[in-house]
Design a protein around this ligand. Structure first.
Ligand SMILES: Nc1ncnc2c1ncn2[C@@H]1O[C@H](COP(=O)(O)OP(=O)(O)OP(=O)(O)O)[C@@H](O)[C@H]1O
Length: 358
């Protein structure tokens, strides 16, 4: 296992100048030995580029990579001792499940007794024990991908196992099971796991630490609760949660927050600077209040949607649409009515130039 340190930038263009020329903007990051990480962000944000730089498939155009303090920037994946699992199964159809799982160990001349033991452990974890003697050729796509996962996890001595969207071909029910399984495997095997996905549920169930990326930047590295409670960047607020955080643009003038023709008293303890700010509040924290209560605003109800486990209210204030989540049995007003929603509270976040202030 290794601690992986990145201090680099990457552009696929020969002479990058503007930020947009970089697939990865300059970043410094450390992945702890034995940690479970997810790289999460929308298509094109740079996840695969970062993963390929860690694995050694790609040399960064600027800076370098260290494993346990040793410079490996130009070392191949074999030299780095990395295992990888890709989106589609990489297995030998003519071999049995057991032979496929054993392959990375045989390649490294691990003694047969150890191979048998380790293959047994991994097959058990992935619920492949009953299929060990079957040829891979006859198996369904998701069983084949489980073998790929097993081949990635089978070697106990790898520096890290890197996964690039490995559950794409898996059906939704099994996907849920495998996500939990991977987390359990991480706890048992203590491997350093780095997992690329654009799916927040996948990232949050699998990883201890999620690296949220947008447009070549890692905007926050944190556990699920930090990403939910204290998004460091408005992108994280939008991207994490379903729906994401509500944002209201306000002007902070002499201790008051102005939203067009509405005013709120700024919370003095947050030490907010004067000028243009954004208030961020999760739908889960937009409580209903009595009319005129401090920290609340009158909003016009647009619609109420029954989501089964909750009610989602959409309401408008000063041209901004807010979403608020309520218990399924809450008595809510109907479209066109006014509802007072608490904007300011202990969970409210404040942003300036998209970055968290307080
Ligand atoms: N080989 C390449 N040559 C030139 N540009 C590339 C190459 N690979 C990726 N890019 C560009 O670099 C940026 C980051 O791409 P990358 O594949 O790392 O993102 P991603 O987050 O993994 O996206 P996806 O989920 O779609 O794979 C994108 O703008 C992409 O078009």
């Amino acid at each position: 296992m290794a601690r992986i340190t990145l201090d680099l930038a990457h552009s696929y263009k020969p002479n990058p100048t503007a930020d947009g020329d970089y697939a990865l903007l300059p970043l410094k990051m450390e992945f702890a030995d034995g940690g479970a990480y997810a790289l999460l962000g929308p298509s094109g944000c740079g996840k695969t580029t970062m993963l390929n730089i860690m694995s050694g498939l790609l040399v960064p155009s600027h800076g370098g990579v260290q494993f346990d303090g040793r410079d490996v920037t130009h070392a191949s994946p074999q030299e780095r001792n990395i295992a990888q699992v890709f989106q589609f199964p990489v297995i030998y159809d003519t071999m049995t499940v057991a032979q496929n799982l054993a392959f990375p160990l045989r390649n490294r001349k691990v003694p047969e007794a150890q191979i048998r033991e380790r293959v047994g452990v991994i097959a058990e974890m992935l619920e492949l024990s009953g299929q060990l003697d079957q040829r891979a050729a006859g198996l369904a796509a998701d069983a084949k991908q489980k073998i790929s996962l097993g081949r990635g996890l089978v070697r106990p001595d790898v520096a890290a196992v890197l996964f690039d969207e490995p559950l794409t071909v898996i059906d939704p029910h099994l996907k849920w099971q495998l996500r939990r399984k991977l987390k359990q495997i991480h706890h048992e095997l203590k491997l350093t796991l780095i997992y690329v996905t654009h799916d927040q549920v996948e990232a949050l169930t699998f990883a201890d630490q999620v690296v949220v990326m947008t447009r070549g930047r890692a905007v926050q590295v944190g556990a699920a609760d930090a990403l939910f409670e204290r998004p460091q960047h408005v992108f994280v607020g939008h991207f994490i949660g379903s729906p994401g955080m509500n944002f209201l643009p306000v002007e902070h003038v002499a201790g008051r927050l102005q939203l067009v023709d509405h005013w709120l008293d700024a919370p003095a303890e947050r030490g907010l600077p004067a000028g243009a700010l954004q208030i961020g509040v999760r739908p889960e924290y937009l409580a209903r209040t009595a009319p005129g209560e401090a920290g609340a605003l009158p909003c016009k109800v647009l619609r109420v949607q029954d989501l089964g486990t909750s009610l989602m209210l959409a309401a408008e204030v000063a041209g901004q649409v807010l979403r608020a989540r309520f218990d399924p049995d809450a008595q809510l007003p109907v479209s066109g009515d006014t509802v007072w929603l608490r904007i300011l509270g202990e969970h409210t976040c404040f942003y300036q130039n998209e970055e968290l202030l307080a």
